[in-house]
Ligand binder design. Sequence first.
Ligand code: TYD
Length: 133
Amino acid sequence: TINDVKIIDIPKVHDERGFLAVIEKDAIPFAIKRVYYLYDVPSDSFRGGHAHKEQESVIIALSGSFEVLIDDGKTKRRIMLNKPNQGLYIPTDIWREIDNFSSGSVCLVLASTEYDEVEYIRDYDDFKNQLLG
Ligand code: TYD
């Protein structure tokens, strides 16, 4: 459920040369199988619009900011991501939409699965129906 969505603080090292953030070991709650990222996203773009049967994800605003709407079929929340050392953990069966991309923003996604269209739920009614069944 939406209560399992959480912000993960990514450990960082800071010195006069800047910040270095590290994702290793148990920093995220699954083994990473795939990394992808969105960039050059027009500010009026709307991404996501799906849930996953298998995939768990961590979404990071590597640069700039955007908003993530999460929805477990009962409760919706909007979360702004704008810190490169914070990840939003999203378990399976959560509908997500991403919008309000700032200019130059980069949305990094760490995924627990390889890409497989079969495990996507891209229709909101299907998502709601699946939760009932
Ligand atoms: P889409 O799921 O619409 O992106 P988003 O959720 O960010 O809005 O994916 C866009 C296209 O990219 C779609 O044709 C599927 C393809 N794709 C891959 O081939 N591999 C991947 O790992 C991902 C995430 C998408």
